[in-house]
Ligand binder design. Structure first.
Ligand code: C2O
Ligand code: CU
Length: 476
């Protein structure tokens, strides 16, 4: 099955489509319309009112051609994977009708968005899933501008792998929006396919239990051959990235591009936090916001993706894949755009609590009867270590990982900042909902518990969560 062994090739993913017409403003939109985002087709807003967006998502079985010439029976939102782009302006009321046409229950979780807990798409206690043949309407106000994503939160390792994930953009108020030539969302995933194109069965192999399931086909916006990107000589673009894979941490290395990191999970940063980067590491679940220019307009640029893969011995190795060839567009007019110049001041949990950690979370594992069981403070979901905080409280939390495999820690309903790693101040500005905790390391975060409810936190390696690495924190 050589056609599936894409990761063994440092292969420029040759691109077929050109810069989407949606970026040139050809299909003109009413004045109050949301700015176009290139990458994934936007869902239609069913409510004409300003301040309200209303979307319909149908979850179903769909045959897709992810790899040329092969059919993959995937699960999709509205027939595509990624599902359509959902977008709103910060402060808008968002309504999403989700109809489940699968043979099994599903939900939609709005990863990173501080929505009310009963709209969070999780399943435990009296929070129920969407049963086959039924519709549920999620309704919430979009509280923070930024790049988010949505995915089911039941049997996630199977449902997300099968294609159920999509991007969300909550646009800034107009005066804070970066002034760019194009706004693009790259949804990254890997999927494990068999030679006939079908999704490989979810097994219980030791590497999958230890490191999660890595795919053998890399997808950018649902395509193995993602569109080539053309930049004008002086163009400045906003790129949003999300890692929607089950388990694979991705390192993005930028060649021929001048890249400034301008935001993370919880939105854009003030100017003095932004910085030039040659590469970024994106654990599963996390997002990056980048301002991208050609380093040398006379030369082609390329963005390499360096991924962690398992070799035949089950060891984690790095492989390089050319992800997004960027081409200089000689005919385009020089850009007159300024990029990200606003100075948003996110409300950060402060580190005033000093070094006193107020809570500790330890990642661990033991060998159970059916293989590895992953634990948080010694408990494996549906058991968990009781933990409650007052709403409005800020807590400093030490997360420790004494074992080898890494864990992207994700907290629902709140945002946090990363204070330190292994005792050294962290160089990871911005508000986050997901943080990478590498093997044998310690990360200290400060959480602003501003959103009441009982919230899940878990490892976002979906196989680890499935094997127990999930718990609840009560905020009231
Ligand atoms: Cu992206 Cu608990 O999820
Ligand atoms: Cu984990």
């Amino acid at each position: 099955m050589p056609s599936l062994l894409r990761f063994s090739l440092t292969l420029a993913l040759l691109f077929v489509a050109s810069l989407a017409a949606s970026c040139t403003g050809e299909d003109l939109l009413p004045d109050d319309a949301l700015p176009p985002v290139w990458g994934v087709a936007a869902a239609e807003d069913l409510d004409p009112q300003v301040g309200v967006v209303e979307y319909s998502l149908r979850v179903s079985d769909t045959d897709l051609e992810l790899v040329e010439g092969l059919t993959t029976e995937a699960w999709t939102f509205n027939g595509t994977s990624p599902g359509p782009l959902l977008q709103a302006r910060v402060g808008d009321l968002v309504k999403v009708h989700v109809t489940n046409d699968l043979d099994e229950a599903t939900t939609v979780h709005w990863h990173g968005m501080r929505v009310p807990v009963e709209m969070d798409g999780v399943v435990w206690g009296n929070l129920k899933a969407i049963e086959p043949g039924t519709t549920f309407t999620y309704e919430f106000v979009a509280p923070d501008a930024g790049s988010y994503w949505y995915h089911p939160h039941i049997r996630s390792k199977v449902q997300v792998e099968a294609g159920l994930y999509g991007p969300i953009v909550i646009h800034e108020r107009e005066e804070e929006q970066p002034d760019v030539d194009a706004d693009r969302y790259f949804v990254l995933d890997d999927i494990r396919l068999d030679a006939d194109g079908s999704i490989s069965p979810h097994g219980t192999s030791h590497p999958d239990q230890m490191h999660g399931r890595s795919g053998n086909v890399l997808l950018v916006n649902g395509e193995e051959r993602a569109p080539r990107v053309y930049l004008a000589a002086e163009a400045v673009e906003r790129w949003r990235l999300v890692n929607a894979a089950n388990a694979r941490t991705m390192t993005l290395r930028f060649e021929g591009l001048d890249v400034r990191e301008i935001g993370a999970d919880g939105g854009l940063w003030p100017q003095d936090w932004t910085r030039s980067v040659d590469e970024i590491v994106l654990p599963v679940g996390a997002r990056a916001e980048l301002e991208v220019r050609l380093a040398d307009p006379a030369q082609d640029g390329e963005m390499d993706l360096v991924v962690l893969a398992l070799n035949s011995l089950g060891n984690v190795i790095e492989e390089e894949i050319k992800l997004v060839p960027v081409r200089f567009d000689a005919d385009a007019e020089a850009s007159t755009h300024a990029g990200h110049t606003a100075n948003p001041q996110p409300v950060l949990p402060d580190a005033a609590h000093g070094d006193d950690e107020q809570h500790e979370i330890e990642f661990d594992a033991y060998e159970g009867n059916d293989g590895v069981v992953w634990t948080l403070n010694g408990y494996s979901w549906p058991d968990y270590d009781p933990w409650s905080v007052d709403v409005g409280e800020q807590q400093v939390i030490k997360i420790s990982n004494p074992l080898g495999p890494e864990h992207p820690f994700h907290l629902h309903g709140q945002l946090f900042s990363v204070l330190s790693r292994n005792g050294q101040p962290a160089d990871e500005p911005g508000l986050r909902d997901t943080v990478r905790v590498t093997g044998q390391s310690e990360v200290v975060i400060a959480v602003d518990f501003s959103n009441p409810g009982t919230w899940m936190y878990h490892c976002h390696i979906l196989e680890h969560a499935d094997l127990g690495m999930m718990a609840l924190v009560e905020v009231d």
